[in-house]
Design a binder for this molecule. Structure first.
Ligand SMILES: NC(=O)c1ccc[n+]([C@@H]2O[C@H](COP(=O)([O-])OP(=O)(O)OC[C@H]3O[C@@H](n4cnc5c(N)ncnc54)[C@H](OP(=O)(O)O)[C@@H]3O)[C@@H](O)[C@H]2O)c1
Length: 336
């Protein structure tokens, strides 16, 4: 009998490894998140009725978050600078998902205006009474070589992506510690895990966020029901390249490039919501070869440098050829 159990276990190990290998080759997220998406809690059950504050809700990932959360029945606060775009997103949510007008608060907010964040947070509390989830999503990237980039751009990236995010988090956190529950979810990037050429300042701001939230999470061990989660997507379809900083503060990107090769916004957001519903602390959401890249940075950093240099060289070549820097690494980039 014992012998049969041992033999069965020996057969299961290769099967287990094969499943993980296939997950790795064809997956678009880390193992924890993929297992959660197969066997974990469903977002529509866990997020129904929760009050979720989304920054950067006027386009891209934030806009899609609003739609998928509205579909789950969450109540929303939509923030970004462009009020007209936020109203458009709100209208779409109401039309498509049958929420009531008072379930969605449009709250224009500039992450750079840190002195306004206390007042904005009070407005949310007055409207909903509490905040269940803050999704720190607003931010901008960078497309420029370090040697050509003004220091003002580096300052702006830190002010927006890092200090703006921390400022709002610091306003919201006391309401969560008082209640003993809540989630602070920050949209980081795989550029926050490893270096990214043409985005030295962006990558630095995201690394800073990673350090901040990893430290905050351990500081909050007395609050086991407060989730601090970092989401690290690879390239995702959005307006991010169009809105990127370049060499100078007021210079915009010349070519945003084709976005088709990037992960769809809806898939990225679906995985994010799965992660939030299942209390995942760090999520890697990306196709190959970027997924392999994340694993190598985590487990084999020396080898990761070799791959980083290959991908990095291609990125800089794309940029210098006037293409989107993220144009496919293994196929001939589309120029259309
Ligand atoms: N797309 C990707 O490939 C990718 C990959 C990894 C990580 N991310 C991260 O995902 C997040 C969302 O980016 P996205 O891809 O959805 O890009 P996006 O379409 O450009 O959206 C960025 C959002 O940030 C808001 N924003 C910009 N400056 C702001 C400010 N000063 N104050 C308040 N809000 C501001 C924008 O709204 P307003 O202009 O109306 O203010 C917009 O809603 C970012 O944190 C980005 O770093 C994106």
């Amino acid at each position: 009998m014992d012998c049969c159990i041992v033999s069965a276990l020996w057969c299961l190990i290769p099967l287990y490894l094969l499943i993980h290998f296939l997950f790795f080759i064809f997956g678009d997220a880390d193992f924890t998140l993929l297992w959660a998406s197969l066997f974990g809690h469903r977002p529509e059950k866990k997020l129904k009725g929760l009050v979720v504050w989304i920054t950067g809700a006027s386009s891209g990932i934030g806009e899609e978050l609003a739609y998928q959360l509205a579909k789950c029945g969450s109540r929303l606060i939509l923030s970004a600078r462009r009020e007209d775009e936020l109203n458009r997103v709100k209208r779409c949510c109401l039309e498509r998902y049958g929420l009531q007008d008072e379930d969605i608060l449009v709250l224009p907010l500039d992450l750079l205006e840190r002195t306004s964040h206390e007042e904005k947070t009070k407005t949310v509390i007055q409207h909903f009474g509490h905040i269940d989830i803050l999704i720190n999503n607003g931010g901008r990237t960078q497309r420029s070589l370090c040697v050509e980039t003004s220091l003002d751009v580096y300052q702006a990236l830190i002010e927006l992506n890092y200090l703006g995010t921390i400022s709002l988090t610091k306003q919201v956190l006391p309401y969560m510690t008082q209640k003993g529950t809540g989630s602070i979810v920050t949209v980081n990037s795989i550029s926050g895990l490893a270096g990214t050429p043409l985005a030295t300042g962006y990558s630095a701001s995201k690394h800073a966020l990673q350090g901040f939230f990893n430290s905050l999470r351990t500081e909050l061990t007395d609050f086991p029901n407060i989730l601090i989660s970092s989401v690290c997507p690879g390239p995702v379809q959005s307006e991010i390249v169009h809105n990127a900083f370049t060499e100078e503060l007021n210079k915009s990107v010349a070519v945003a490039g084709n976005q088709e090769h990037k992960m769809s916004t809806s898939r990225c957001v679906h995985l994010m919501l799965v992660g939030i519903s299942n209390g995942v602390k760090e999520m890697w959401i990306t196709h190959q070869p970027f997924l392999m890249f994340c694993y190598m940075w985590q487990y084999t950093p020396t080898f990761a440098w070799f791959i980083t240099n290959l991908l990095g060289r291609k990125r800089v070549q794309n940029f210098k050829a006037g293409l989107d820097a993220d144009s496919s690494y293994f196929r001939k980039p589309k120029t259309y």
